[in-house]
Ligand binder design. Sequence first.
Ligand code: FE2
Ligand code: FE2
Length: 277
Amino acid sequence: MSKPANIFRIVHLSDIHAGLIDFHPGYLLDKRFFGRLNQTTMRHRCLAMDRIPAFARLQREGEADFTICTGDLTSIGSAEEFAHCEELLKDILDYAGENFAFVPGNHDAYVRGSWQELSEAFQRLNHGRWKLEELPAVLSVGPVEFILLNAARPCAVWLSTGEMDTAAWDKLDYILASPASHSRSRVLVCHFPVCDHQGAPLSWRTKLVGYKRLIDWAEQGRFNAMLTGHVHYPFVQRIGVSEALAIGAGSLTIYQSCAQIDIDTRTGEITARTIFL
Ligand SMILES: [Fe+2]
Ligand SMILES: [Fe+2]
């Protein structure tokens, strides 16, 4: 069935974790050693890269207007892994063209030494719209005002938390100063969610530091939805006691999941669903 004319459709994928299993001596010096060990012994065997074409079909057959990727494309954020991932996503990127946006996950910002590789991949995938350090940034497309956030930072090996500095929080506060309008839905895009797939807070090891502020802002009607990754099982939840939706695509390669978000261009109504491919 073809997409109704009044629907702006977003397809949302996340957490591919397209790691390689090559090994460089330099990895012994930092947490990349553990990342490689994990990829080689565990993850590599349970990742279904062959589901990526199914997402490309969903995107094409569903006539998606915009495609969002909320990070953890890679395992340790190396240049080789970004190149490998972009090759795997080629059909998806070709279909989307400029109608594609990416925010990094904690695996993409794995160690300080790979920040340049991440910055370059970020610019490539976002068609040079911004430098990574410029986020939060606004992208207005059709009936949507996307606000892209980067909370991915290199952190200790036992943590996968997200964090934004004071300047980034202040900028987001400024962007959200006016209430969301009915004519344009305001959608935050961030790797780190405000809750897990059951609506519960994330643990101290995996949470976005300061996430409660986002719940307050949702309850004040300052945005309408938040698209996220990080939690590998997909979900759609209300944020706090607000009408705003927390939408997690889950992991395309671990749970073969993604999300589809339809926005009615006449009413602004947002309908989100998770899909297992
Ligand atoms: Fe992940
Ligand atoms: Fe993550």
